[in-house]
Design a protein. Structure first.
Lengths: 274, 203
């Protein structure tokens, strides 16, 4: 069975399970998290995200682009080709570009520099949909999976990292738009929910660790692995903010702020979520 | 020794130089980052969102706003409130329930003719029939039953929905009337959801 077929089959089962387990809980108050927990247990070691990780690994080692190169020489911050443990130290400063980058920006850079893709090609379809899977989401799943079980350990040391952190912190408190929303609206209080969805409080280090440490994730409701950039993109949409352009610095800044607040936590992703 | 004094003097000078540039530079850097990373899409215009109003600016800091600032916000926001011309405050609670349920409107994927919702249940318990309610705001269950329907209470509630920051500076609640999110009729319908004795909120 090819990976794509396996993927389809697993997604099908995941879909059936989600209908069975989640629908029964729609009207039940605090049951959503419990039901998802049960669903996770049912699948045990079978988080569909693993298929994205496998696809991503294939893509990492596959010759591609005008230069017909693999990504094996891509330096994610721990030296060319070192994938293990790279993600828990990102976003980070890269001296070759004199810039702080998150994983997704770094993948764009590597695919352009090593494989010779244009920026347009390297940022094509960052978020997949049924029948249109995203290479980016697969690569992200592969790289992040290689940090599973490790401690989140971003460093805000270099001057550019400090600036980027400051920008992210500022944005966290930035309220604007039709509804006056900002990250702070939903993520700075204890025991808060939107409808039944529990909201992590990023002022609380344990919650920050748990939340940041569980992205990317296979979203049962979407049937896709969603990256950190996607999570933030969709937060901004609900905030009534303009569209975040994929791979630009703002989302890197927020990611660095969130990652720093989660430092010391155990990274446990790609995970599975509602 | 001299070297130490000179170099520490230099360090102090460069430290202050950095600190002095910082405030202005940080503002500029932040603005540039927002402008380069966010773009207009559909009904959401980047330049409109990024041009924060005074209240949004003041409410965007992690620091403590002074008592004077808070008073200024309350006064300026109280002055924005428009009460219904016809003196009628209560519409149809059933229509109000639909508005409270809907989270649509003003997102970049919403259409220009999308009817905006209030999305009240995202943050508040209201009717006892809806169990999927959020907890960012307080429970409004039995709102009218507990508080009664005096003119004072009705006008206060209208004003709170119209512009919550007239009562709580930097409140997380959207300013539904002031920002034109809900129409006068929609707000009347929400008022009925809160006050009508027949509304499931008061059962």
């Amino acid at each position: 069975m090819t990976i794509m077929n396996m993927k389809r089959l697993l997604i099908f089962f995941a879909g059936v399970l989600s209908i069975c387990t989640l629908n029964s809980s729609v009207s039940a108050q605090d049951n959503t998290s419990e039901e998802i927990e049960k669903y996770r247990e049912l699948l045990a070691d079978g988080n569909p995200a693993e298929l994205w990780e496998l696809t991503g690994e294939e893509l990492w080692y596959r010759e591609a682009g005008p230069k017909n190169k693999t990504l094996e020489t891509c330096d994610l911050g721990k030296g060319p080709g070192v994938v293990e443990g790279a993600y828990v130290e990102m976003p980070r400063y890269f001296s070759d570009v004199d810039k702080v980058m998150d994983l997704e920006q770094r993948l764009i850079y590597c695919r352009m520099m090593i494989q010779g893709l244009s920026r347009e090609q390297a940022t094509e379809r960052p978020f997949g949909s049924a029948g249109n899977s995203s290479d980016i989401e697969a690569l992200v799943a592969y790289v992040t999976g290689q940090s599973r079980g490790m401690k989140i350990a971003v460093v805000v040391g270099h001057e550019k990292e400090k600036r980027m952190y400051e920008m992210g912190k500022r944005f966290f408190y930035f309220r604007a738009g039709s509804h006056d929303f900002g990250c702070v609206t939903c993520h700075s209080g204890e025991n808060k929910r939107i409808r039944l969805q529990e909201l992590p409080n990023f002022m609380n280090v344990e919650q920050a660790r748990k939340s940041y440490g569980s992205w990317p994730a296979y979203r049962v409701s979407q049937g896709e692995v969603r990256s950190m950039q996607h999570r933030l993109y969709d937060c901004l949409r609900q905030q009534r903010f303009p569209e975040a352009i994929y791979g630009m610095d703002l989302l890197t800044a927020i990611s660095l702020y969130l990652a720093k607040s989660a430092n010391g936590g155990t990274y446990d992703a790609p995970a599975m979520k509602r | 020794m001299k070297e130490i004094i000179v170099s520490s003097g230099f360090l102090a000078a460069s430290f202050f130089a950095v600190a002095l540039v910082s405030a202005d530079q940080t503002d500029k850097e932040f603005e540039e980052m927002l402008e380069s990373s966010l773009r207009s899409k559909g009904i959401v215009k980047a330049e409109e969102v990024l041009a924060q109003d005074e209240v949004q600016k003041q409410c965007s800091t992690s620091g403590v706003t002074s008592a004077e600032d808070m008073k200024a916000i309350l006064d300026s926001q109280l002055a924005t409130i428009v009460y219904p011309n016809d003196g009628k405050y209560l519409g149809d609670w059933k229509a109000g329930e639909k508005i409270a349920q809907s989270g649509k409107g003003r997102r970049f994927n919403d259409k220009p003719d999308t009817v905006n919702g209030g999305n009240c249940y995202a943050c508040h318990q209201i009717s006892n029939d809806e169990l999927a309610y959020g907890t960012i705001g307080p429970s409004l269950y039995q709102y009218g039953k507990i508080r009664g329907n005096s003119e004072e209470m009705i006008k206060y509630t209208w004003a709170k929905i119209f512009n919550a920051q007239a009562f709580v500076p930097c409140s997380y609640m959207p300013r539904y009337g002031h920002k034109g999110i809900l129409s006068e009729q929609q707000m009347k319908d929400l008022m009925a959801l809160l006050f009508d004795p027949e509304s499931p909120t008061n059962k």
